[in-house]
Design a protein around this ligand. Structure first.
Ligand code: AVI
Length: 319
């Protein structure tokens, strides 16, 4: 039995599906096909992202490091004394570790969707910081934040580096900041934010000469094949990265190189040559726009620091 949505988009009889499969199915059958950027991060995707942060074109990581090096003492003064440092998307915990000396948390709470990866990082940290209490939380914090309730909210400093907030759309970014504020009432937030800058800098950062970002984007199709059982052929697709200045975001897409059909259990879609799947937005902010967003989300006492070129900013705010 086929329920035709249009000649190109066909949903077949529903089978037992996971939430991720339903999300992928719906995104692929939308009038403009899209796939959530979380599907960029399987094991290979996470390694590719780590490699991207070392590319000469990908400036955000280096700019953020520079800010912490140049302004670390000022930042620590603004943050004030803290007990628990809650690291959102901690990964290998290296960014937070560099701040331990200046922020002096007594309790470190790394949160990451990949609990296994986190456990390995925490084992390493425990050897270097035997006196620090460490509580690893394996959690997808994109929809809710559930932290151990023995950490009073006023003792929490949320650390959200790397401009990961920029991968959320405006409504979700606002909702995430509100959730963080509610969860650290009396405490604070330290967050990295990428800034608006010329297209000539932004586009190569997302379309590098070694094609690592292209591999990162295309690898999402392999991850989707594994989750959905689809038959995407990576060779049929091309990585596209463009700065959408009206919306202040770099967009990543995958573009069909020929007319083709992608099928999966429960559906298929015919793509025309040149048709695109939208895979990621990376919003870029002016300091004023991000400061306004923090205030709207209920933060106060907002301060920020930048690198020498004003390409990236680190904001500190109280909740
Ligand atoms: C993780 N995130 C902040 C990166 C960014 O810059 O938006 C992901 C990324 N996409 C392509 N390159 C890096």
């Amino acid at each position: 039995l086929l329920a035709a949505v249009s000649p190109e988009f066909v949903a077949q009889e529903p089978q037992h599906q996971s939430a991720e499969q339903i999300e992928l199915h719906d995104g692929l059958l939308d009038s403009s096909a899209h796939i959530d950027p979380k599907f960029l991060y399987d094991a290979l995707g996470s390694s590719l992202f780590t490699a991207i942060t070392q590319l000469p074109e990908y400036y955000p990581t280096r700019c953020e490091d520079e800010i912490f090096q140049r302004h670390g003492a000022d930042i620590a003064r603004h943050v004030g004394p803290i007990q628990a440092m809650v690291d959102l998307g901690a990964g290998d915990c290296v960014k937070a570790e560099r701040l331990f000396a200046s922020l002096r948390p007594s309790h470190y709470v790394p949160v990451d969707i990949s609990a296994d990866y986190l456990q390995a990082a925490v084992r390493r940290l425990k050897l270097s910081y035997p006196d620090m209490r460490i509580t690893a939380v394996g959690q997808d914090f994109s929809h809710e934040l559930a932290l151990p309730d023995d950490i009073p909210t006023a003792q929490r400093l949320f650390f959200y580096p790397g401009s990961s907030i920029g991968n959320l759309g405006p409504d979700n970014a606002y909702a995430m900041l509100r959730r963080i504020r509610e969860s650290c009432s009396g405490g604070g937030l330290l967050i990295g934010v990428d800034r608006v800058k010329p297209r000539s800098v932004l586009e190569p950062a997302y379309d590098d000469a070694l094609h690592l970002t292209a591999a990162f984007n295309l690898n999402l199709l392999r991850h989707v094949n594994a989750v959905l059982g689809s038959d995407f052929n990576v060779d049929d697709w091309r990585h596209v990265a463009i700065f959408n200045s009206e919306r202040s975001r770099v967009e990543m897409h995958l573009e069909a190189q020929r007319a083709l059909r992608v099928a999966w259990p429960g559906g298929y879609r015919d793509f025309k040559r040149g048709e695109r799947i939208h895979t990621e937005n990376s919003y870029k902010f002016t300091p004023q726009a991000f400061s306004d967003l923090l205030h709207r989300a209920g933060f106060r006492d907002v301060a920020h620091w930048s690198d020498a070129r004003d390409w990236f900013s680190v904001f500190s705010a109280r909740a």
